[in-house]
Write a protein that binds this ligand. Structure first.
Ligand code: TXA
Ligand code: MG
Length: 333
């Protein structure tokens, strides 16, 4: 399946395919999604088959605007309207108590539903033409890196999708921030471009942060599982001051290594496989998955990722890096 330029005719075709219960991959500002009619349980079932994803993992329903919230959510707390008004369309998904008619296939049998208005012209046109909610996880196979270009989707899903709409590279590059508003206190389930501080400033309350040790939560939000987002090549996360020693050690072991470098001062001219990442957090995030995918495709023995800075703007990047890598110190002590 070759990606199709997302012009008006392609969007009409895509909306028709969704109505027929078929799968359409489409761009959002975060990552590409694998979409199906969210009100059609059979169509949603095809998403799980195409991804190889366990059926109890819930999907985010994409909607055209905040007025659609009440079609899917039974109760919409004031905080949800506030967040929607401020951040939608945009890279924020909200978990709310679901309406009874939302298929179990979408929610993984849970009493809640994830909702988001994406900020991408192709996604928004598709939503308007289709006229309903589109359930869409990231358009990658289960436990693989999310796609940020139409070509990545083609690599991941090949012919198991009925149409791939090409809307160019994604601007944000990491998945949306997820906030759970279904309980007594708002909880941050997944960091993204919209930071915890931005949400706290708007809501005026601190967010509970989902603990990694909370197993029940891991099942509810597989984005929290350590195995998520990983390249198939082992990746080491390495502080700048550990970098030279780590690379020397790997070289001595005769391993073929690729480096995803942050500081240009970390230039390793002797290395054949090296990618230099942008210095600004948002640019880094946008480039991250393509860099991991590129190194993964080179069939190396190991990928070394130089640790970028900490700090608010880096939350999403550091979260994804922690999940995609193991610390260099666990390998070399
Ligand atoms: O940026 C994004 O959110 C992208 C684009 C395509 O919109 N989508 C995405 O979907 O990342 P996915 O399925 O790869 O990740 C959705 C996350 C999962 O970790 C899932 O467990 C969580 O959202 N989720 C969805 N519904 C949920 C619910 N009712 N309760 C708890 N977590 C939920
Ligand atoms: Mg995903």
């Amino acid at each position: 399946m070759k990606p199709m330029l997302a012009d008006d005719a392609a969007l009409d075709l895509a909306a028709d395919l969704l109505r027929q219960g078929r799968l359409v991959a489409f761009p959002t500002e975060t990552v590409y999604g694998l979409g199906a009619d969210a009100s059609n349980a059979e169509a949603v079932g095809r998403i799980f088959a195409a991804k190889g994803r366990p059926a109890d993992h819930p999907l985010i329903v994409h909607i055209a605007d905040a007025s659609c919230l009440t079609d899917w959510a039974e109760t919409v707390p004031e905080a949800a309207w506030l967040l929607a008004g401020h951040f939608w369309p945009g890279p924020l998904a909200m978990i709310l108590k679901k309406q009874p008619q939302v298929p179990d296939a979408v929610t993984g049998g849970q009493p809640t539903v994830g909702l988001r208005v994406p900020n991408h012209p192709v996604a928004l046109s598709l939503l308007r033409k289709f006229g309903g909610g589109i359930a869409a996880p990231s358009a990658n196979r289960f436990c693989r890196i999310s796609p940020t270009t139409a070509q990545h989707v083609e690599e991941e899903l090949g012919d198991s999708v009925d149409l791939i709409l090409d809307g160019g590279p994604c601007e944000v590059g990491v998945e949306s921030t997820i906030i759970d508003l279904s309980g007594a206190q708002p909880r941050l389930l997944r960091p993204g471009r919209i930071t915890r501080q931005q949400i706290e400033a708007l809501l005026g309350v601190p967010l509970a942060v989902a603990a990694k040790s909370d197993e029940a939560l891991d099942i509810r939000a597989p984005g929290l599982l350590a195995v998520h987002y990983a390249p198939s090549t082992t990746a080491l996360l390495c502080r700048t001051d550990e970098l030279s020693a780590t690379l020397a050690e790997l070289n001595a072991q005769g391993r073929r290594v690729g480096l995803i470098a942050y500081h240009s001062a970390s230039r390793q001219p002797h290395l054949e496989h090296i990618l230099y990442m942008p210095e600004a957090a948002h640019d880094y995030a946008q480039a991250l998955y393509a860099a991991l995918r590129e190194m993964d495709n080179r069939q190396l023995d190991m990928i070394v990722v130089e640790q970028p800075p900490e700090g608010d703007a880096w939350q999403a990047v550091n979260d994804r890096l922690r999940k995609a890598t193991v610390p260099a110190s666990t390998v070399f002590g």
